[in-house]
Design a protein around this ligand. Structure first.
Ligand code: SF4
Length: 320
């Protein structure tokens, strides 16, 4: 990769890609710099309170599935986060999916990554997102290409997430970024996300990092550093063995204790998964430094619409 460390660093500092060994970006990092305070006056304010954002489970490359799953989520979400799924690297362009969702009355929050496009192509995508009128764009560097189903594709990494934030702000978009406080090197994560905030990020999504107490600590650290924008926590949603296995594959040690076991061991995993997600979402929304949640899931292929319905049940319950 051209930029790092990404959020795929293993607990022992190794790379998530088999055979790479220690992540070179971790060993290159010295002592974490003290985070300089963020000047709130320099940032646009985005009003989000008790926001419920949801992933969009949909078949890749299917406008029809995007439309159908988006329709299930209408009225249940403040924005559909169009993420970067390793199992579905080839997707319809974010702005096109956002347009489909807009036609269904669903605000889109497209993810844009630096792995698949250079800065010229990214600017075109950001301009299209602005034209469609998205709720926000989520700027990430992107996983290593070896993680996912298209390892044959040449990675670009012309810019990284921090530079992408600046590009997105130039198109007058609300910009969100990811914060991975539970991923090594943990001392480096707060300064890194604050750099993204200084580059123009309005909203911070806190990646899986444990239960509500850990999320509360991470959100409080952002506030202590001067960040005043919306903070979104990401409760995992597992409603069957498949979604539980996918979540466990990349975040098993960063989920609330026993969370997945309660779902997979239940007589009715779907009902239990929905109830667990609502319970966890409520606890996260009660945290004083958290402004919203993103229902984060990995739907079973072929069951995208059922997964969207489950997210809608959870979203409606959390929105009250
Ligand atoms: S993929 Fe992530 S963990 Fe692996 S070398 Fe690159 S930055 Fe480090």
């Amino acid at each position: 990769m051209g930029h790092g460390p990404c959020a795929g660093v293993a607990p022992d500092g190794g790379c998530e890609v088999a055979g790479v060994g220690p992540c070179p970006y971790v060993s290159a990092i010295g002592a974490a710099p003290s985070p300089a305070p963020v000047d709130p006056a320099a940032r646009g304010f985005v009003a989000l309170q008790r926001a419920v954002v949801t992933d969009l489970p949909a078949e890749p490359l299917s406008a029809e599935s995007c439309r159908a799953c988006g329709g299930e989520l209408a009225g249940a979400t403040d924005g559909c986060l169009l993420g970067d799924n390793p199992r579905q690297r080839v997707q319809l362009p974010p702005s096109y999916r956002a347009k489909i969702l807009a036609e269904e009355g669903v605000p889109a929050w497209p993810g844009v990554n630096c792995r698949d496009r250079n800065r010229v192509a990214l600017e075109g995508e950001l301009a299209a997102c602005h034209d469609v009128g998205v709720a926000g764009v989520h700027c990430v560097t992107g996983d290593h290409p070896a993680v996912g189903h298209r390892p044959d594709a040449q990675a670009v990494f012309d810019v990284d997430s921090t530079e992408l934030v600046s590009l997105a702000r130039a198109y007058d978009l609300v910009v969100s970024v990811a914060h991975a406080p539970g991923t090594p090197p943990v001392d480096y994560r707060l300064p890194r996300v604050l750099n993204k905030v200084r580059a123009g990020a309005d909203v911070v999504f806190i990646d899986h990092c444990g239960g509500p107490e850990r999320v509360s600590d991470a959100a409080a650290a952002l506030r202590d550093a001067g960040f005043t924008g919306p903070v979104i926590a990401c409760p995992p949603v597992a409603t069957d063995g498949f979604s539980a296995a996918v979540l466990a594959s990349f975040a098993a040690n960063r989920l609330p204790a026993g969370y997945l076991d309660r779902v997979t061991g239940a007589v009715d995993p779907r009902r239990t998964g929905i109830d667990e997600a609502i319970r966890l979402g409520e606890r996260l929304l009660e945290l004083s430094d958290v402004d919203g949640v993103n229902l984060s899931t990995a739907g079973r292929p072929g069951a995208e619409r059922e997964t969207a319905r489950d997210l809608a049940v959870i979203g409606k319950a959390l929105r009250g």
